[in-house]
Design a protein around this ligand. Structure first.
Ligand code: SF4
Length: 254
């Protein structure tokens, strides 16, 4: 049994296509619903699932309480105020481990992701094989696209009948690790939702506002409206690349 962890971004579509071309059998494509995707992302997920099913793969989703309820329960955003990146654990890893415990009780499955080394410096030494991955309940982790370039990945996506998206997965919109490009993609509706949530969360005991993004990494921008303004400022591509951030859980992105 192979369990492909799919956000249905570019790398996930490429991974599904790769698994099909490789002739893998007994394949499950598992999507983690974080309740925080872009409005149109569920239709992208449905298209990706339809493609996977046409290859004879089984698709499944895990549910979670959703980002906004989680943030309110924790009285703050993940990664802010020293709270750590709890969104991945709460919205994805724990629901996925529960799913795996039910569907693979003997720990025989191989977990698979579409992580690639060329995505970023951060992932430049991502392993292809991990014999026992803690985040996958001790199961084997196989990341067969680690050596795939953008061109190789894009060719897989096109053979799957999909266009290459010009941005990262929008399974979380935005991710707490959003870079400048991701912030620039935000709709007014989503900015407003974050703004209202930030205001409702108020301040810490030390009178620090409970905002989604750390101001220290964004020229002192406090609150989503200021962060959006900061991101909108013209920059060279080199300057843009000074702000790449991402999660290394293997559950996010792609
Ligand atoms: S994609 Fe980003 S916001 Fe969503 S769970 Fe992962 S780290 Fe958290």
């Amino acid at each position: 049994m192979y369990v492909l962890f799919c956000s249905y971004g570019n790398d996930s579509i490429a991974l599904i296509q790769w698994a099909h071309e490789r002739g893998l059998k007994d394949v499950y494509c598992l999507y983690s619903d974080t309740g925080w995707s872009a409005d149109w992302w569920p239709s992208r997920v449905a298209d990706g699932e339809a493609m996977a099913q046409s290859y004879g793969f089984t698709t499944a989703r895990t549910q979670s309480e959703g980002m906004l309820i989680l943030v309110k329960r924790k009285c703050g955003w993940p990664g802010a105020g020293g709270q750590g990146q709890f969104c991945t654990a709460e919205l994805k890893v724990i629901p996925a481990l529960n799913w795996l415990d039910i569907n693979d009780p003997d720990n025989e499955a191989s977990a698979m992701t579409g992580v690639r080394r060329s995505e970023s410096k951060h992932r430049s030494d991502a392993p292809e094989h991990v014999p026992a991955s803690e985040r996958h309940g001790g199961r084997e982790l196989w990341q067969p696209l680690v050596r795939h370039t953008d061109e190789m990945r894009n060719a897989l996506i096109r053979r799957a009948g999909f266009e290459v998206l010009p941005h990262r997965s929008l399974e979380c919109y935005p991710c707490i690790n959003a870079n400048i490009d991701d912030i620039r993609l935000l709709s007014e509706d989503r900015i407003q939702l974050i703004d209202v949530t930030e205001k409702a969360l108020g301040f810490t005991k030390k009178r620090k506002p409970r905002v989604m993004f750390r101001s220290a990494r964004r020229k002192g921008a406090v609150g989503i409206r200021a962060v959006v303004q900061w991101a909108a400022a013209p920059r060279s591509r080199d300057q843009m690349e000074m702000f790449p951030t991402e999660c290394d859980s293997g559950y996010c992105g792609g």
